[in-house]
Design a protein around this ligand. Structure first.
Ligand code: AMP
Ligand code: ZN
Length: 476
């Protein structure tokens, strides 16, 4: 089965057909870097990172672009408050974004363009829109002319009359129609500004994504994503601007995808409501893998309510996955036997069946929640096989390890193996365990307890089994 995606443009599930065979041009709206990002913002960063990985797994060459909004009102206010420049503020929070995103296992985009580094491209895009008759200059501002764009409202599925009802012309705005939006804003005292054909000023918010998307991905792209709050006005405006600039008749975007909100006490988590938990604070309290697990346990379009208990459950889920892998590694050292009577073919075909189900879930509108369920079926199959068979062949261990590894490459919820993280640490742990086993044999329980405690202080948990002592690292 090939990939089917729910396209917000048509409000239907559609087969995904890329513009160019084997390639995907994918743009995702990134953070405004005026502060740490919260776990609501983390939702699109995590889920669309997984969609990118899934597309790659399916054999596509994906070009993934995610911008940094580094100039807007929020940036200017915060920089004033901190008594630093907007550029200094952006540098600081881009670095903080990268730190948290890396900790959350979010792969860096192929291109992470910043608005302020694309002012010439933004100006060119605005010039094209003016030349094509869809924008006008008004006292140093430039506005998109909504009335000149009959398709306006086609993404958010609202007609102009309904949209006009909620719109106002704010004091200081020099536009003709309340729905017209700024492409360029004339300079105000104390604000950063750039030279332009319309005088000094700065870009509006929406135009940066149109300009940077077309620079790196072309005028017609495959996928554009973001949170559902971006559908209107941000994405509606991006589509109008991009299509008005190119004037090619081609749509700006073929598939629009929007994630649902992360809620807290059934309300949208947001900076303005003050009901947020930063990703930084969440990572200090919970393992980052648990946060990914939590996000991927829901369908990306559904709203999901955040609770500490939900994250604790996710942490327990991660621990179950990691335990399965460490049990498997331990058994591979102690119970491998190619002469066992184990029916390897049957096991491999069961794994294969589950793999088909996993792919079917991911291809069914990127249903990570169902795919995670299949991953647990795989874990259950491995665990029961380990329990029911004293000796197991090489093929069982290899296939199980490969399966877990390949699912983790897509979902990133199991994480690196302890033994891969630091070999010298592993050999030190193993020699302490060997010493403890010898101490127990010679009934030196004081030393044996001491070693257990030394390891516990380092986050290493021991479990004595008939086959020997197993160890694992507590999740941090
Ligand atoms: P911002 O930095 O505010 O532009 O937001 C970055 C991304 O986070 C955008 O795609 C937003 O739509 C998304 N977003 C913001 N709040 C939430 C939330 N509570 N749940 C899910 N996504 C959100
Ligand atoms: Zn955008």
């Amino acid at each position: 089965m090939s990939l089917i995606l729910f396209n917000d443009l048509t409000r239907k599930k559609e087969a995904f057909v890329p513009i160019q065979e084997g390639q995907v041009r994918f743009y995702s709206c990134g953070p405004t870097v005026y502060d740490y990002f919260h776990i609501g913002n983390a939702r699109p960063f995590i889920v669309f990172d997984v969609l990118r990985r899934w597309l790659e797994h399916e054999g596509y060459k994906v070009t993934f672009v995610q911008n940094f909004t580094d100039i807007d009102d929020k940036m200017i206010h915060r920089a004033h408050k901190e008594n630093i420049t907007v550029k200094e503020l952006a540098e600081r929070f881009i670095a903080e974004y990268n730190k948290d995103a890396d900790a959350l296992g979010i792969r860096r985009p192929d291109v992470a363009p910043r608005a302020t580094e694309h002012i010439p491209e933004i100006i060119k895009t605005i010039e094209k829109i003016i030349a094509n008759g869809h924008a006008y200059v008004s006292e140093g501002d430039v506005y998109f002319d909504i009335k000149s764009w009959p398709r306006y409202g086609s993404l958010c599925k609202q007609n102009l009359e309904d949209l006009e009802e909620g719109a106002r012309i704010e004091p200081g705005e020099k536009k003709k129609d309340p729905l017209d939006f700024a492409l360029w804003k004339a300079e105000k005292p104390g604000e950063p500004s750039w030279e332009s054909p319309w005088g000094k000023g700065r870009p509006g918010w929406h135009i940066e994504c149109s300009a940077m998307s077309s620079k790196y991905l072309g005028e017609n792209i495959d996928i554009h994503s973001g949170g559902v709050d971006l559908m209107f006005p941000h994405h509606e405006n991006e589509a109008a601007q991009s299509e008005a600039a190119s004037n090619s008749g081609k749509p700006f975007v073929n598939y629009w995808l929007h994630n649902g909100f992360l809620l807290i006490d059934n309300e949208k988590m947001s900076k303005s409501l003050g009901n947020f938990l930063t990703a930084r604070a969440a990572i200090e309290k919970f393992p980052p893998l648990a946060l990914r697990f939590f996000m991927l346990s829901a369908h990306y379009r559904s709203p999901v309510n955040f609770t500490p208990e939900g994250l604790e459950q996710a942490a327990a889920g991660v621990a179950r996955l990691r335990n399965c892998r460490s049990d498997l590694n331990f058994a591979a050292q102690t119970r491998k036997n190619n002469n066992s009577e184990f029916d390897l073919q049957k096991f491999l075909s069961e794994l294969d069946e589950l793999d088909k189900k996993f792919s079917a879930s991911m291809n069914d509108d990127f249903n990570t929640a169902a795919a995670m369920g299949i991953l647990f079926d795989v874990v259950h199959l491995i665990n029961t096989t380990l329990k029911e068979n004293e000796k197991l062949p090489e093929g069982f261990f290899q296939a199980s390890k490969d399966a877990l590894e390949s699912y983790d490459k897509i979902l990133g919820v199991i994480g690196p193996e302890e033994s891969a993280s630091d070999n010298s640490e592993v050999s030190e742990i193993e020699s302490l365990i060997a010493e403890r086993t010898a101490a127990r044999k010679s009934k030196n329980f004081a030393r044996s307890d001491e070693i257990r405690n030394i390891l516990k202080a380092r986050g290493i948990i021991l479990e004595d089994t008939p086959q020997g002592t197993k160890w694992k690292k507590e999740l941090v």
